[in-house]
Design a protein around this ligand. Sequence first.
Ligand code: NAP
Length: 191
Amino acid sequence: MRVAIIGSGHVGGELARAWAARGHDVVLGARDPGDPAVVARAASLGAGVATAASALDAVVAALGALRGTIVVDCTNAIAPGPAPRVGHTTSSAEELARRLPGARVVKAFNTQGAEILRRPVIDGVAAAGFYCGDDDDARRVVAGLIADVGLEPVDVGPLRNARLLEPLMLLWVATSRAVGSRGVALTLLRR
Ligand SMILES: NC(=O)c1ccc[n+]([C@@H]2O[C@H](COP(=O)([O-])OP(=O)(O)OC[C@H]3O[C@@H](n4cnc5c(N)ncnc54)[C@H](OP(=O)(O)O)[C@@H]3O)[C@@H](O)[C@H]2O)c1
């Protein structure tokens, strides 16, 4: 699959590494695709580099119509506290979807630290990869990408449930601070 990742930091870098290793064709969207550091990082991750606009709104505008394209939103809009910047009546995933008419937005990869993306299995149990979105086919595709990273895909239903997933990151942050380790992850027991 051809995957474009906007950003090559902690989360984008780990996703690029995992997906490139699984044979996906990964391109990193960078502010300056000619920056030698960016080029070297992309090469070390097995990814290519392309341009990205200089702000999320500009990225959205620059990308233009994404009708039908699957867009994975892994962001967390966090205010000082930390507290959710939006929530309860909307979510950053829904706000993104509003700006991308026709795009099939799926929320995923926002409920664990980036390190977990590199080592997703703890004591034999894979961390949960919670995801939600309104398009069944897009959810299936993203479930595959989550499994490719090594997380256990957990379907959380429609995109409006990003209102629940986005605050979940704060639970992860609080827990991580309380136990003094970023090597913690959420999972879902099933019977
Ligand atoms: N870190 C975590 O553990 C974690 C876990 C779950 C979710 N998240 C969420 O995932 C998102 C990314 O987090 P991160 O920790 O990966 O951040 P990060 O390490 O700071 O990386 C952010 C990346 O986005 C790029 N970027 C930022 N602003 C940009 C712009 N205006 N135009 C183009 N590229 C831009 C940066 O490029 P430059 O290098 O050029 O600045 C960098 O490559 C955040 O919303 C965060 O809340 C993070």
